[in-house]
Design a protein around this ligand. Structure first.
Ligand code: AR6
Length: 174
């Protein structure tokens, strides 16, 4: 199934899973993380709090993903992933960002998800240049996608400007 780029508020999407661009505490924040927690209701924070800490205060290291129910969201699941903070691109950022997409897709498959929507992970507060993030995301998703895959992938941009940048990245892949 082709990867689709849309402009929307991810919290309103009726898909099996939406992905949250979280921080490693998984206890909420601003941006898309804040919007998802507001729309899902307080049960989401409780579910995140209940996830095991791998280090004090860290429930999900950068590049990994965790899953919870969607609670009051139209989406059945939330897959929380932690993108890298942009430090110029020479600190492993592309590999960590690729890992976010790969791990989210693996969790989706393990939970029989047939439709998944991703925000532009790391492209807000974490400062990843979207022109570069788009290429990494699409490469990673194409690798994670099987031939004749039934899993529908939506890339959910929050503005038309971001969607245009991602469409450019998609067409650059041919
Ligand atoms: N629907 C879709 N996309 C959105 C929405 C929405 N409702 N709201 C924002 N975006 P960011 P990051 C876009 O900053 O860079 C949080 O505080 C936004 O325009 O949410 O990975 C976490 O707790 C941007 O293009 O995530 C972390 O501390 C994209 O989502 C930190 O921010 C990602 O922007 C993570 O930073």
């Amino acid at each position: 199934m082709p990867i689709e780029i849309i402009t929307a508020d991810i919290t309103g999407l009726r898909v099996d899973a939406i992905v949250n661009a979280a921080n490693s505490s998984l206890l909420g924040g601003g941006g898309v993380d804040g919007a998802i927690h507001r729309a899902a209701g307080p049960a989401l924070l409780q579910a995140c709090r209940a996830l095991p800490q791998v280090q004090p205060g860290v429930r999900c290291p950068t590049g990994e993903a965790r899953i919870t129910p969607g609670f009051a969201l139209p989406a059945r699941h939330v897959i929380h992933t932690v993108g890298p903070i942009w430090h110029g691109g020479t600190h492993g950022e592309p590999a960590l960002l690729a890992s976010c997409y790969r791990e989210s897709m693996a969790l989706a498959r393990a939970h029989d998800v047939l439709s998944i929507a991703f925000p532009a992970i790391s492209c807000g507060v974490y400062g990843y240049p979207p022109e570069l993030a788009g290429g990494v995301a699409l490469h990673s998703l194409h690798e994670a996608q099987g031939r004749d895959d039934a899993l529908q992938i939506l890339l959910c941009c929050y503005s038309d400007a971001m969607a245009a940048i991602w469409r450019e990245a998609l067409s650059a892949r041919g």
